[in-house]
Ligand binder design. Sequence first.
Ligand SMILES: [Zn+2]
Length: 67
Amino acid sequence: MPLYDFECEKCHHAFEAILRMDEPWDTLACPSCGRKKVRKKVMPIRTNAWSSFLDGMEKRVNPHKFK
Ligand SMILES: [Zn+2]
């Protein structure tokens, strides 16, 4: 199941939620302030391949973080 990143438009709290493809996300409430004003962030699906790709990029940019 895809894991999506959301950000609250009110308090800018960032959180993740797992949704089915056909599940509406605009009824999601922010876990921090409870408002239903959340924005789906651009990066839709986080797969293992994508995570290791990001780690690889991070290692290149910030090698000291991985010592
Ligand atoms: Zn909020």
